[in-house]
Design a protein around this ligand. Structure first.
Ligand code: F6P
Length: 362
């Protein structure tokens, strides 16, 4: 398990924790403890605290998580210093031992593909595990949607609404960079909801000349401004994106950022219009979850407890249609949930006159 995985965070984490505790403690009379800072809390001296009904009072609407999180603690590839040299080491046996020493029976792992891959690895080593899908990028397979995603879309949509005023009154192109390293869901859905004129997503390489032409066409029709939404993982057809990733502190997992600025500069070079760039960054992951995410996260928490009651380990809770069901964690992490370039959502955007990466029908 030497790959580099990404670890996600999402509004709604506290709602999951509350759902688990209320149902496990209140309904079943079980004991729940919260492992602090993700898998980090099971490395070395375990860090945890009791999660009783009082501990989860008043947290439903709160962003973040009352037990902390971390994107550094992969027990299958953990930096261990020996004789002054740091080596990535498999310390999963220590994590499993620490877990059992706490007297715990089942681990609920709430996370995106990185966390859930680790959970699957621990499950394969015999640890009873239940998964809960969390990522604002909505890029996990086997669930219709992850919690946190709808909150991110709402935040970006509000930003686009606000940016329209400046774009329109100053006759500018506003480029808005949003999250989405592998999948363009946030860019696509918030772009549709926020009335964007162009949406650039990782799934379809974009072309600057097409984009410039589309903006010129709009100007000629009397709309002297444009809003361009670009996902951080989008790339120009000639592969410019690769310049914009940096190796992060997270065990070499790349940090994205900068494609928005690159697009803004490219547009300023080829258009007779001013451009401005806004990078929404971590604002998209912060603050209170929307009612949709509070409900989804609560349902996920309750379902996780149901799965424990029926001893369905190695399973992840998932929204399928209208129902919360369960799927294997293995199936959820097998592939990334990407936007289908030929799908109905992209077609809808195009029929609305939005340029989606390469299309030229604006
Ligand atoms: O996984 C969600 C995500 O929002 C990505 O789109 C983004 O690249 C990343 O998180 C940023 O993570 P960090 O908080 O480690 O900078």
């Amino acid at each position: 398990m030497g790959q580099k995985w990404h670890y996600d965070k999402s509004p709604g984490l506290n709602a999951v924790i509350r759902g688990v505790v209320r149902s496990a403690v209140g309904l079943h009379g079980w004991r729940v403890i919260g492992i602090e800072d993700g898998f980090e809390g099971l490395i070395g001296a375990p860090c945890w605290h009791e999660l009783d009904l009082a501990a989860v009072r008043g947290i439903l609407s709160r962003g973040g998580t009352i037990i902390g999180t971390s994107n550094r603690g992969n027990p299958f590839s953990y930096p261990v210093e020996t004789h002054g040299k740091v080596e990535l080491t498999d310390i999963s046996d220590q994590v499993i031992e620490n877990f059992h020493n706490l007297g715990a029976d089942v681990l609920i792992a709430v996370g995106g593909d990185g966390t859930l891959r680790i959970a699957q690895g621990l499950f394969e080593k015999g640890l009873p595990v239940i998964g809960v899908p969390k990522t604002i990028d909505n890029d996990l397979q086997a669930t219709d949607v992850t919690f946190g995603y709808r909150t991110a879309v709402a935040i970006v949509t509000e930003a686009l609404d606000r940016l329209h005023s400046t774009a329109e009154s100053h006759h500018r192109v506003m480029v808005v960079e949003v999250m989405g390293r592998d999948a363009g869901w946030i860019a696509l859905e918030s772009g549709i909801a926020g009335g964007a004129d162009a949406i650039l997503i990782p799934e379809i390489p974009f072309s600057v000349p097409d984009l410039c032409q589309a903006i010129r066409n709009r100007s000629e029709r009397g709309s002297r401004f444009s809003i361009v939404v670009v996902a951080e993982g989008a790339s120009a057809a000639d592969g410019e994106k690769s310049l914009l990733k940096t190796a992060g502190e997270n065990l070499g997992v790349e940090r994205f950022g900068g494609i928005g600025q690159w697009v803004g500069d490219s547009l300023a070079d080829c258009l007779d219009m001013e451009s401005r760039v806004v990078r929404l960054g971590h604002l998209q992951r912060g603050g209170s979850p929307t009612p949709y995410d509070r409900i989804l996260a609560s349902r996920f928490g309750v379902k996780a407890v149901e799965l424990i009651a029926s001893e369905c380990y190695g399973e992840m809770v998932a929204l399928r249609g209208r129902n919360v069901e369960s799927v294997t964690i293995a199936s959820a992490v097998a592939n990334i949930n990407r936007v289908d370039p030929q799908g109905e959502l992209v077609a809808t955007a195009q029929h609305l006159g939005i340029l989606v990466s390469r299309s030229t029908n604006l």
